[in-house]
Design a protein around this ligand. Structure first.
Ligand code: KG4
Length: 337
């Protein structure tokens, strides 16, 4: 069954609409709000909701025009309904409900983290579950077993900050512009454990869990103390040391989980999967163990609607559709259903 799906993403600071048919992207428009949030050093939820409201209809029109289609050609509407900023999600959900109702087509609710994983399906036609996925974004850090397209089991997650949050907050403390993780990755040089003995994140509960708040606090203290003493810090070296510490734990847990559960196919997904060091070292580690590694192209690492459409196909096939009573949810685990 192949459907032309119009998919909508509005969970954070990108308004995105795509038209996807099977695993083929006919169009994918992303209206980003980054410039607007930059002056505040992070996403302002109220501003995000307003900008989604202003741009969603035009983004839809643009996605259809680029695909060479009209609303009449659309056979289903998919939307990110959870998790995310509640006001931002509500814009997409309400627009999608009205659109599906007016076109008389099915409405498919899509979990945001599931769609980050599905970004891999767009780039890798050979990728099929089962596989192990390291999901790293601004709000989540999770290792999940993907036993089928709509069946997930979390085997490790962060006990405090997400990896992306650790990058963003430490970058901001060093004066790097929003979004911090991207800029930290760009300027990072070589880690130096002697000059900056930042802690190696460790977790005592749960074999594959993560914790990044200790590392984040250590960097904030380092920057604060240096500022008080009027000392300069070598920002590219601190960035590299933070990046190394975060990657150490992400990679160690993913490799141990793959070994324990017998996975030879590994995926990385989410905004932080764009990190150059994470990609490079995961490649290295997977090669040593003869694992096959998948990650999305950079254009599908951040929030976009094409990945929502990619996951929607499988949600629809598994009978996951919604009515006009669909609501947005700010927090929801990937294995909710
Ligand atoms: O998945 P995403 O676009 O949004 C969420 O659903 O959270 O992830 C955004 C996160 C931000 O924390 C951003 O700083 C981080 O991904 N990020 C990176 C890189 N590119 C994006 N972190 C480290 N290195 C990068 N190259």
């Amino acid at each position: 069954m192949i459907l032309k799906i119009l998919s909508i993403e509005s969970s954070c600071d990108e308004t995105s609409v795509a038209i996807v048919e099977d695993r083929t992207v006919l169009s994918n428009i992303v209206a980003t709000q980054i410039e607007e949030h930059k002056i505040y050093g992070g996403v302002v939820p109220e501003i995000a909701s307003r900008r989604h409201t202003e741009s969603i209809a035009a983004t839809c029109d643009k996605a259809l025009a680029e695909a060479g289609l009209t609303y009449k050609d659309i056979e289903a509407v998919a939307v990110t309904f959870a998790p995310g900023l509640i006001g931002a999600l509500l814009v997409g959900v309400n627009f999608a409900k009205a659109l599906a109702f007016s076109l008389g087509v099915p409405l498919i609710p899509v979990h945001h983290l599931r769609s980050h994983i599905a970004a891999n399906y767009l780039a890798h036609p050979d990728l099929e579950p089962p596989f192990l996925c390291l999901l790293v974004s601004g709000g989540n850090t999770v290792i999940a077993e993907v036993s089928d397209y709509t069946k997930f089991k979390i085997i490790g997650s962060t006990l405090d900050d997400a990896a992306g949050e650790c990058f963003d907050k430490t970058a901001r403390s060093m004066g790097l512009p929003y979004p911090g993780g991207v800029n930290l990755d760009k300027i990072a040089t070589v880690a130096d454990n002697q000059r900056y003995p930042l802690p190696f994140p460790k977790v005592s509960t749960g074999e594959f869990n993560f914790s990044f708040s200790g590392l984040k606090t250590a960097v904030l203290n380092l920057v604060h103390n240096a500022g008080q003493k009027g000392e300069e810090i070598d920002i590219p070296v601190v960035c590299a040391t933070v990046r190394q510490r975060v990657c150490d734990l992400l990679i160690k847990n993913t490799m141990s989980a793959a070994e324990k559960y017998g996975y030879k196919k590994i995926c990385i997904a989410g905004g932080v999967s764009a990190n150059s060091e994470l990609r490079r070292r995961m490649e290295e580690e997977c090669k040593i163990r003869n694992y096959k590694l998948y990650y999305p192209p950079l254009k599908y690492c951040g929030d976009n609607a094409a990945m929502v459409g990619a996951q929607a196909i499988y949600e629809f096939k598994s009978g996951n559709t919604a009515g006009t009573d669909l609501n947005a949810t700010a927090t929801l685990q990937i294995d909710y259903r």
